[in-house]
Design a protein around this ligand. Sequence first.
Ligand code: ATP
Length: 308
Amino acid sequence: MRVRHPENSPLAAVLRNATKRYGSIVALDGINLEIRKGEVLALLGPNGAGKTTAVRLILGLSRSDTGQVEVFGRSPLEAQHRMRTGAMMQIGKVPETLRVAEHIDLFSSYYVDPLPRAEIMARAGLTGIEQRKFGELSGGQKQRLLFALAICGNPDLLVLDEPSAGLDVESRRLLWDQIRRLVHEGRSILLTTHYLEEADALADRVVVIDRGKILAEGTPAEIKKKASGKRIRCSTLTDAGRIAGIPGVTSVERDEDTLVILASAAEPVVRELLTLDASLTNLEVDSAGLEEAFLSLTRTNAQLEVAS
Ligand code: ATP
């Protein structure tokens, strides 16, 4: 049970009506985001949703075309605010031949108040492999080192872009524990993820984005409720397009002879299915998994865009 009340805390970072285009692609389309002191904000969305673009604006790595970006009340480009921010990016490139300890010492030297090396090693689960070269690390160990580099400056704001990509279950748990500890210490964390499960495990608030727009935002419980749905399977003569038009249906897919229908509620859709085809067979109804439910949320957005 989370007991923090970060809505009353000062802002660590904010995007106001931020738009970012790459040529004809609108990566962010008037996004508003607030990350408060002592909270984990999860930015949840599928590939290409605009998550990394939002992260890059907050880190001052690129500029928005319109709107405002502030970190600790100032431009993210100001060096003193960069000092208070740590980042773990998806494609973190560091020299392959430097050893783990050398990487940490080098990064720590950029900051005024770095954490002690032994503490960084322990927090990132790197103890014992201090002398290993980056190029010799496993994928998961590389991720841990990138996490270590993100926290070594003792940051007030930590930005983690898909930090658990490529981590095994144990490493992911270790990372989650460390994220919880950092936020418990009063730091602010912006986390991007494809996984509702990860957002649910860590975040105080979740913002779901797709195609540069915010689809939903709220606590993990609120988002799960919005995304929650039922999966209905059946064999029917009714056309899939007709079923897609039933109110509450968010997607229809064919799986061999069976139709797989995602819907916000089962009963009204099943009633309508039976009205359309009383000879319907192989009816099954269950709860859509979280991932599926989330996909249905983003698919609804895609359908709305097609329709509009
Ligand atoms: P993923 O989960 O795959 O990392 P994402 O949510 O982080 O995706 P972004 O990387 O922010 O998505 O990309 C948003 C959109 O902007 C995508 O359509 C992407 O192709 C496009 N885009 C991002 N960076 C650039 C760039 N430098 N040049 C052109 N298009 C870009």
